[in-house]
Design a protein around this ligand. Structure first.
Ligand code: SAM
Length: 471
């Protein structure tokens, strides 16, 4: 370092303060790219704030932009020197041909003047202050991203459009009340700006219908809800207006599919269009998938066919309880009877209907007579999903499962995993537990009775039961 300083002072004069400040600015910018919206210079005109009806022409604006003009032959050597200082905006090429030369547009925040540039290196390439100028540039609606446009239009001091889901060509919004007056504009901006977006819908009401499909309000584009999408690399097709599909569950689907091995068995009680079942069947697990919604069932069949895994999946269109009591029961019994010669495998049961799946758990109680059950069968691992609202949501879901099973979970409890936060104070969990001989052969005696192992009296149980609510 000392040697370097000595050499530096011996051959050059120290740079002026402005140059040092500029160099510091440049080095800061080298570490963090400049964001266009950090300054009003490159943001849309202030007059668009509060716009309700999208008027694209209102976004037109003129700015003074620093630029370098260099001969065509030098461009390739100059660009690397100013690469991090280029003006980057949508649909704008920062290097353009002008009068047999090349004009390089620079970012006006870090580049205030010639001194802001790496002048020594530029001069080595015969680029001098003569080549530098400021000139007018017209910016239009095309030059900003959806995020930049919406940030400049929507109310400044309230929460903006925080997130939305993409399902194939559909954008699915869940707009807060204060954004509803802007819904048309938001829809148009997203359709203009997001690649392959043809339809924008808003969640119209909470999903409290039986089939859990979102109630949609078309706010922009074509009323076409038939989508093609991929989840974890697996293609799916369905009518988004008639079935349940939530891209926010893709990680959870992947987690479950990852623990399955070829030859394992999966009973998917509330299968939807197949995000657990189809990848599992593709993996050559033996799958029984069920859904009550006839449209889901139809798309489930379509997706199994499309993914060429029909040989590994049987599909049913009935109530989950009926499926457990008949199809799951018989299939499992048959597997236990014939499994002696087979390679070891695991059995999983997925129950993803978080608003009420726990209420189906009592179907496992006394599913078999003690005589029916083989000596040492491989017991299924149940993955039941549940919402819980309140303070200790993790504790609540365990209570929910135990009270619906009418049994305390001890060693058979494999884990309680947080899946996602659904609303303030409302979480979704997966409770994984293994079915046991006692559970499978002892019918539930008193519906709603909580496990005695908690040490609660009947009275305490009654109080606790009022607090444990499936929301
Ligand atoms: C939350 S979705 C889950 C779908 C899929 N398993 C997933 O993870 O995306 C719940 C599914 O359960 C189905 N369903 C609702 N009530 C049912 C019942 N009583 N029996 C069987 N399926 C039911 C709905 O049609 C819906 O497809």
């Amino acid at each position: 370092m000392h040697v370097f300083l000595l050499m530096f002072s011996a051959v050059t004069r120290p740079p002026p303060l402005t140059k040092i400040v500029n160099l510091l600015l440049v080095s800061k910018r080298l570490r963090h790219y400049y964001r266009n919206m950090e300054s009003t210079v490159l943001s849309p005109p202030a007059s668009v704030r509060g716009m309700r009806e999208l008027q694209r022409a209102e976004f037109q604006k003129h700015v003074q932009i620093p630029r370098l003009r260099v001969p065509e032959s030098q461009v390739q050597r100059v660009i690397p020197l100013v690469k991090k200082l280029l003006l980057k905006m949508e649909h704008l090429h920062p290097v353009r041909a002008v009068e047999n030369q090349r004009e390089i547009l620079l970012h006006p925040i870090p580049v205030k003047n010639w001194e802001s540039l790496p002048t020594a290196e530029l001069e080595q390439q015969q680029v001098t202050q003569e080549n530098f100028s400021h000139a007018d540039l017209e910016l239009t609606y095309e030059n900003w991203s959806a995020n930049e446009i919406l940030k400049s239009v929507l109310p400044e001091n309230e929460e903006g459009l925080s997130s939305f889901s993409r399902i194939g060509h559909i954008v699915h919004l869940n707009l807060r009340d204060h954004l509803l007056p802007y819904k048309q504009l938001i829809g148009e901006v997203l359709r203009d700006k997001l690649p392959n977006c043809r339809t924008v819908v808003n969640k119209a009401a909470s999903i409290d219908n039986t089939y859990r499909n979102f109630q949609l309000e078309l706010i922009c584009g074509e009323p076409d809800y038939q989508v093609e999408t991929k989840e974890n690399g697996v293609p799916f097709e369905f009518d988004f207006s008639k079935v349940y599909w939530n891209p926010r569950l893709s990680t959870e689907h992947e987690r479950i599919v990852n623990i399955l091995k070829p030859n394992d068995v999966l009973y998917d009680v509330f299968a939807g269009v197949g995000p657990f079942s189809v990848p599992a069947a593709k993996k050559r697990c033996k799958v029984l998938a069920n859904d009550l919604n006839p449209v889901s069932y139809q798309w489930l069949q379509h997706n199994a066919k499309r993914n060429k895994c029909l040989t590994h999946i049987k599909m049913f269109n009935k109530d989950g309880r009926e499926f457990i009591l008949k199809d799951l029961r018989e299939d499992l019994l048959e597997r236990w009877r014939t499994s002696a010669a087979a390679e070891p495998y695991n059995i999983h049961i997925t129950m993803n209907l978080p608003a009420m799946a726990v209420e189906f758990l009592d179907a496992f109680r006394g599913l078999y007579t003690p005589e029916e059950l083989p000596e040492e069968p491989s017991y299924p691992l149940v993955h039941v999903y549940s919402f819980a609202k309140g303070e200790n949501t993790k504790g609540l879901v365990q209570q929910l499962v135990e009270s619906n099973l009418d049994a305390a979970l001890g060693d058979e409890l494999q884990g309680i995993s947080f899946v996602r936060n659904v609303a303030p104070n409302k979480d979704m969990y997966r409770v994984s537990f293994r079915l046991t001989r006692t559970l499978l052969t002892t019918p539930k005696q008193l519906l709603g009775k909580r496990p005695c192992s908690t040490g609660e009296t009947e009275e305490e149980q009654a109080v606790a039961a009022t607090k444990v609510k499936c929301v």
